[in-house]
Design a binder for this molecule. Structure first.
Ligand code: NAG
Ligand code: CA
Ligand code: CA
Length: 389
């Protein structure tokens, strides 16, 4: 990447940091929020609909945003934060979790229309709509939880990539002041993502946080976070399963409905009810938590879709096995597995951080991507199998 390509980004960041400094003394916290919500903050995205999450990646083991990091003065950091699947074995008894709920459900063979001709975010390659045929498979009814992941780690001694690298991306709004005060770099186009030393699945907001804080605050039933694509693949393989293809994931998300935006239909709040853990309020400064959660929720806190799958959209993003591309054939496909090679892997469903203004990706056709070694505080996964396990 040439210097000239980087220049605009640096310029935007300097503008952004300056505007915070200039506004600091005589502007209320709420007014500051409006500064980064202009196009200048997200210069590459004319829709203003990017959560910046697809840009999180490692380069040579170092967390970066499209190769760009910017010095963030402690002062600015503090000010910013203030406002802040086998057909023959179907008859086997399904395995149940502690609540007596089947851990995997059958997703019947069928055909569906993948993608959309009415893309919410065209540059993500949501279109064109295309006919896809799939064999039946079984899918985890919920995102892999911290409890599930701990069982795996206890059994295998597995060490995640975030633990090996020593850091992971955390949404700034969840960090404690002591952790924030030690961070000197922020990502240029998405300053709400901070690389945090010691953040990993056991410590989702860094060293002073834990999934097992206390019995009351335990997050053992929340989706595991800070897992890379490689970590997710290791878990599914250990469980005798695999990651879903993007086609399988999207077919499952649609829950048997045709041409609908969400797993439950076209209305975001049917009958005034929340059907997914998303973001209400102003992103990234104010999360009202109207749906009951400002970060992840226990898996299965919201209604299941037509196949009995929970949190297909919202809560945590979910890795799929496909490599990322935005170019798709309109040919009818059978059991597509995505491109043969690539740089990023596809993730689906959006997360508790998604708001229409910034990340309108809590739709079945929506998609985003990360490098396979990336991890963050809103990205998890679930597995599928050909046989019922
Ligand atoms: C994993 O091992 C730890 C330490 O022995 C134990 O406390 C925990 O309950 C185990 N977790 C699971 C899910 O088996
Ligand atoms: Ca929420
Ligand atoms: Ca999810």
């Amino acid at each position: 990447m040439g210097i000239s390509a980087r220049m605009p980004c640096w310029a935007f960041v300097i503008l952004y940091l300056n505007s915070i400094d200039l506004a600091s003394s005589d502007t209320s916290a709420d007014e500051l929020v409006t500064v980064p919500k202009t196009e200048t903050l997200v210069p590459s995205d004319s829709e203003g609909s990017s959560c910046g999450c697809h840009s999180l990646k490692r380069e040579g083991g170092v967390l970066s945003l499209e190769g760009e990091t910017v010095p963030l003065s402690e002062e600015a950091a503090v000010k910013y934060s203030k406002r802040a699947n086998d057909e023959r074995e179907n008859d086997q008894e399904p395995k149940q979790d502690v609540n007596g709920i089947d851990e995997m459900v059958l997703i019947p063979a069928g055909e569906f229309l993948m993608g959309t001709n009415n893309p919410g975010i065209p540059q993500d390659g949501e279109g064109p709509q295309r006919r896809v045929h799939l064999k039946q498979f079984f899918m985890d009814v919920h995102e892999v939880s911290n409890q599930d992941f701990q069982t795996f780690v206890n059994a295998t001694g597995y060490v995640t990539e975030a633990e090996k690298f020593g850091d992971s991306f955390v949404f700034e709004g969840l960090l404690s002041e002591p952790v924030k005060s030690q961070i000197t770099q922020a990502v240029a186009a998405a300053p709400w993502w901070l690389p945090v030393r010691g953040a990993n699945w056991r410590h989702p907001e860094g060293p002073d946080s834990s999934i097992e804080d206390s019995p009351l605050l335990s997050r053992m039933d929340h989706p595991v976070l800070h897992v890379s694509w490689s970590d997710a693949t290791a878990y599914c393989t250990w469980a005798g399963k695999r990651l879903p293809t993007e086609a399988e994931w999207e077919y499952a998300c649609r829950g048997g409905l045709k041409d609908r935006l969400y797993p439950w239909g076209n209305k975001l709040y049917p009958k005034g009810q929340h059907y997914a853990n998303l973001w209400q309020g102003e992103f990234p400064s104010h999360n009202t938590g109207e749906d009951g959660y400002i970060r992840t929720s226990p898996v299965m806190s919201f209604p299941a879709n037509g196949y009995g799958l929970y949190d297909m959209v919202g809560n945590a993003w979910e890795w799929t096995s496909d490599w990322w591309t935005v170019h798709h054939t309109t040919d009818e496909l059978h059991n597509p597995k995505g491109p043969a090679t690539g740089q990023d892997r596809v993730k689906k469903g959006g997360s508790y951080m998604c708001h229409k203004s910034y990340c309108y990706r809590y739709r079945c056709a929506a998609r985003s991507q990360n490098t396979p070694d990336s991890s963050s505080s809103n990205l998890g996964f679930r597995c599928v199998s050909q046989k019922r396990l």
